[in-house]
Design a protein around this ligand. Structure first.
Ligand SMILES: Cc1cc2nc3c(=O)[nH]c(=O)nc-3n(C[C@H](O)[C@H](O)[C@H](O)COP(=O)(O)O)c2cc1C
Length: 324
């Protein structure tokens, strides 16, 4: 059993969290991670208030354990945020404010609704901003991760953030897919881990089976930091690239982003069709370098259990052998 102070704070059994993923709607996945003792999170980025209410009800039907509702601060709509708070979620998970944006009111309102607050940062200044605004947990997200990431690697970033925000607990994210990653994160001073890509290749993940298989097939060397998925979708992020699989769609537009802007509607229609038909070459697939560590598509609960078991074995059997 691996238990760290963040488990007491968030009232979870294992220090393993699912990253909120706004493009991946699956209350079943969220509930499965929480039910296994971790912290599931529902990305609310693309959801209407009604969908947030329905998704949260579905999570609660699947588990009575804590879960998080995740918001991208730069794009949070008031009616969605208010709808989420009214549901009194155990945890509110924030990420990606604009650099000039006030995050205090988001955190204060979440606390007033009875939620604990996590705040994701890709660098020390951002982590300090979250800590100073009263976040309860900081997620230090390294550039190896899937989706929108910063520039610092997890190995260097996590201990920097741990030092900067102490005594606040930190979860490490980016490039972690197994118990070795959890054991490493604990050694770096983190209290646990948060994972995205590993759970995309789970049974409950709503991705088309071909996209799950593309993660399994990846050797981890085929990801690319790019603005192309956002340009295609017509989204302007506050200074972020996203890590995606380097496929035909990305290669077609790399270095020709201006041309993609010009033909955005046509290109995006193609993306939607490819996503539906499972054409992994013609739709962006956000995934981290840890895709190279993912070899199967098990139930999410099994992923949580495996990570905890492997980390336990490393900490109790492998590492003690090195201490004389
Ligand atoms: C498909 C995808 C969508 C994501 N969407 C969000 C999001 O809406 N909100 C958020 O806070 N993080 C989002 N993330 C980032 C994850 O929360 C997490 O930080 C990241 O996946 C960790 O790296 P890993 O993929 O190597 O595990 C997303 C990641 C992926 C792969």
């Amino acid at each position: 059993m691996i238990r760290t102070p963040v488990c007491d704070l968030l009232e979870i059994e294992l220090p393993i969290a699912l990253g909120g993923m706004g493009s991946v709607y699956s209350p079943d996945l969220v509930a499965a991670v929480s039910q296994a003792g971790g912290l599931g999170a529902m990305g609310c980025h693309n959801l209407s208030p009604e969908q947030i209410r329905a998704g949260t009800a579905a999570i609660r039907a699947g588990t009575d354990k804590p879960f998080a509702l995740n918001f991208l601060v730069f794009d949070a709509k008031e009616e969605c945020f208010a709808a989420a708070l009214a549901l009194r979620p155990p945890v509110m998970a924030f990420a990606w404010p604009r650099p000039d944006q006030d995050i205090q009111s988001f955190i204060d309102r979440a606390h007033a609704a009875g939620a604990k607050v996590t705040f994701m940062a890709g660098g020390v200044p951002e982590a300090l901003k979250g800590a100073e605004a009263g976040a309860d947990v900081i997620i230090a997200q390294g550039t190896e991760g899937g989706g929108h990431v910063g520039w610092q690697a997890t190995m260097a970033l996590v201990p920097m953030v741990v030092d900067a925000v102490a005594p606040l607990p930190v979860l490490a994210a980016g490039g972690i897919a197994d118990g070795r990653g959890l054991a490493a994160a604990l050694s770096l001073g983190a209290d646990g881990v948060l994972l995205g890509t590993r759970f995309l290749a789970s049974r409950e993940s709503p991705l088309h089976p071909n996209f799950k298989q593309a993660i399994v097939d990846s050797d981890g060397h085929d990801t690319f930091l790019t603005e192309i998925p956002d340009i295609a979708q017509g989204k302007v992020w506050p200074g972020a690239m996203s890590r995606a699989k380097r496929n035909r769609f990305i290669e077609r537009w790399a270095g020709r982003e201006w041309a993609l802007r010009q033909r955005r509607a046509e290109a995006f229609a193609g993306v939607l069709a490819a996503r539906k038909s499972g054409d992994t070459e013609e739709a962006p697939l956000s995934m981290g370098q840890d895709a190279g560590l993912i070899h199967d598509i098990p139930p999410a609960g099994e992923i949580v259990e495996r990570i905890a078991r492997q980390a336990h074995e490393i900490l109790t059997q492998r590492l003690p052998r090195f201490v004389k």
